[in-house]
Design a protein around this ligand. Structure first.
Ligand code: GTP
Ligand code: MG
Length: 148
């Protein structure tokens, strides 16, 4: 089944939003397949956001991501990439719908609490980068109650 890479950014960890965010994805019906609390070094953060390296906010973005530990996760489920982005909300929290993670918990675009892969292809790349040793293969016994 489809997988996505979700990262709780340093502000989300510092603000104690880890449990709430994990709970949101769990209650939706997605499966947690990998998770670690990790402080990343500058070159790793630059690699993760390499597509944005020409943007004027790139340096600030990298500083933000290396400013404290992050929670890196792999979530699995039907359409989890697109649905995960909907749960997260628009990039700029001023435009994020209420009820989304950014709409509920963030104010500034540069402190928007959480990252989610923007396509199945990016998800594969990001999962390989963050979880080079692979993830955990398991299936919930609730599977038939969530997926047709
Ligand atoms: P991610 O899930 O973190 O990848 O966010 P996104 O896919 O919604 O947006 P995008 O990949 O375009 O940008 C990555 C991150 O860079 C955003 O989440 C913001 O934290 C930051 N960012 C994007 N655009 C701006 C901007 O115009 N100004 C500032 N300061 N930060 C920005
Ligand atoms: Mg992005």
């Amino acid at each position: 089944m489809e997988q996505t890479f979700i990262m709780i950014k340093p502000d989300g960890v510092q603000r104690g939003l880890v449990g709430e965010i994990i709970s949101t994805f769990e209650k939706k019906g997605f499966y947690l397949k990998g998770m670690k609390l990790i402080s990343v070094e500058r070159p790793f953060a630059e690699k993760h956001y390499e597509d944005l390296s020409s943007k004027p906010f790139f340096e600030g973005l990298v500083e933000y991501i290396i400013s404290g530990p992050v929670v890196a996760m792999v979530w699995e489920g039907k359409n989890v990439v697109a649905t995960g982005r909907k749960i997260i909300g628009a990039t700029n929290p001023s435009a994020s719908d209420p009820g989304t993670i950014r709409g509920s918990f963030a104010v500034e675009i540069g402190r928007n609490v959480i990252h989610g892969s923007d396509s199945v292809e990016s998800a594969k790349k990001e999962i390989a980068l963050w979880f080079p040793d692979g993830t955990v293969n398991w299936q919930s016994s609730l599977h038939p109650w969530i997926f047709e």
